[in-house]
Each structure stands twice: as structure tokens, then as C-alpha cells.
Ligand binder design. Structure first.
Ligand code: GSH
Length: 203
């Protein structure tokens, strides 16, 4: 099997961290988004939504979508669990994972894609007002995250999970999106330092 990705892009990084936590190695093939290789017919035949990462199994089966790829590996090799064990744990991690994707990562991505000059060609049309409209949403989600991290170690309880991966990758993506992490969010800073120092964060 192989993963088709672009190393610098945040969604493939989520998969790499997930795999590093599980100690799973998968062959990786790089494509260039700047060179529009994800819009070439060979790639579009794998993922009509024209995005990375994509996992291609040995029999040619294709899985796209970061969380679907993570789910596949969680089912193949449950330990260490990153998506919960009991019904309630699984649902709670799913809830926070979706919140981190939809309420935090998505608005950060909108800021990046609609405000950064380097995205002008890829994001058509680039709508600066939409980028700006997302900035307060990012800060709102960060405040909520800071509140919950005030009395627990990780995004969901005492155990590192895929929700932490989604939150950390989102926050790291604030740098290219040119959004400052508010210094007064102390619980967030404590958690960020901890998850960023895990070896998997370098994946
Ligand atoms: N919902 C997809 C999003 C994947 C995605 O947007 N990937 C970015 C790279 S981080 C991409 O390929 N962008 C290409 C483009 O927007 O043209 C997932 O979760 O995997």
C-alpha cells in the first residue's frame, strides 16, 4: 500500500502523526499541489475531490479523507487506541475530533486560502472578506479549547487521541495562516507544549 501526499500540507500530516503514534510505516509518494498534480487525470481518477492524502491499497482500492484513512488503520491495528474503546469513548472522541476539524481547522484553512497571496491561484475565487470573517471563529474555538483544557490533560480526558492530533495540526497551521495564538490562553499553551513534544509531532 502507499499514501499519496504532499509533505508540507496539514491533512497528510494528520495521517502521518496518527501512524507514527501506532508505529505503522507506510510507503509515501509525494505530489506537488503547487504544480497542480492533484488535478491531473491520473490523480483525479483516484480522488475526484482532488485532495491529499489518498491511501492506495495493494489491490488498487482507494481511500481518501484523512479521518477515513485513520479509521482504517485504527481498525487494522487498534493499539494504541486513538479513537476510543467503549461506545461512549468512541463517540466522545468523534465529537471532539469533528469539532476540532470543523470549528477550528476549517476556519484556519479559510483564513489561509482566502487571505494568503500564495493561494491566489489554487483558491478560485479568493474572497478576502470570507477569510477575514473566519478569523474571529478561530479565536472563539481556541477559547473553548482553552476552557476545556483547564481541567483535563488532553482534548478528551486523560488519554491522547485523534482529537489532539486534529487540534495540534490545526494550531500549527495558524502560522502560515498568519493568526497569532492568544498568549492569555494558558491551558492551551500547556497542552500544546505537551502534544508538540511527542515524537509523533515531527512525523
Ligand atoms: N476533507 C479532506 C481535505 C483534504 C485537503 O483539503 N487536502 C489539501 C491538502 S492539506 C489539498 O489536497 N488541497 C488541494 C486543493 O485544495 O486544491 C481530508 O480530510 O482529507
Amino acid at each position: 500500500m502507499k499514501i499519496i501526499e504532499q509533505e508540507r500540507a496539514p491533512n497528510p500530516r494528520r495521517v502521518r502523526i496518527f501512524l507514527a503514534e501506532k508505529g505503522i510505516e507506510v510507503e509515501r509518494e509525494q505530489i506537488s499541489l503547487a504544480d497542480m498534480q492533484h488535478k491531473a487525470p491520473e490523480f483525479v481518477s483516484l480522488n475526484p475531490f482532488k485532495s491529499v492524502p489518498v491511501l492506495v491499497l495493494d489491490d488498487g482500492t482507494v481511500l481518501a479523507e484523512t479521518m477515513a484513512i485513520c479509521r482504517y488503520f485504527e481498525e487494522l491495528q487498534p493499539e494504541p487506541r486513538l479513537m476510543g474503546e467503549s461506545a461512549l469513548e468512541k463517540a466522545t472522541i468523534e465529537m471532539w475530533s469533528r469539532r476540532m476539524e470543523l470549528q477550528l481547522f476549517y476556519p484556519i484553512v479559510q483564513c489561509f486560502r482566502h487571505l494568503h497571496p500564495a493561494m491566489a491561484e489554487l483558491e478560485q475565487p479568493q474572497v478576502a472578506d470570507w477569510g477575514e470573517a473566519n478569523r474571529p471563529r478561530v479565536l472563539w474555538a481556541l477559547q473553548i479549547l482553552d476552557d476545556v483544557l483547564a481541567d483535563r490533560a488532553f482534548v478528551v480526558g486523560d488519554t491522547f487521541s485523534v482529537a489532539d492530533i486534529n487540534a495540534m495540526v490545526a494550531i500549527d497551521f495558524m502560522k502560515p495562516a498568519r493568526i497569532e495564538r492568544p498568549a492569555e490562553l494558558k491551558a492551551l499553551a500547556r497542552w500544546y507544549d505537551e502534544v508538540s513534544s511527542r515524537p509523533s509531532a515531527k512525523a
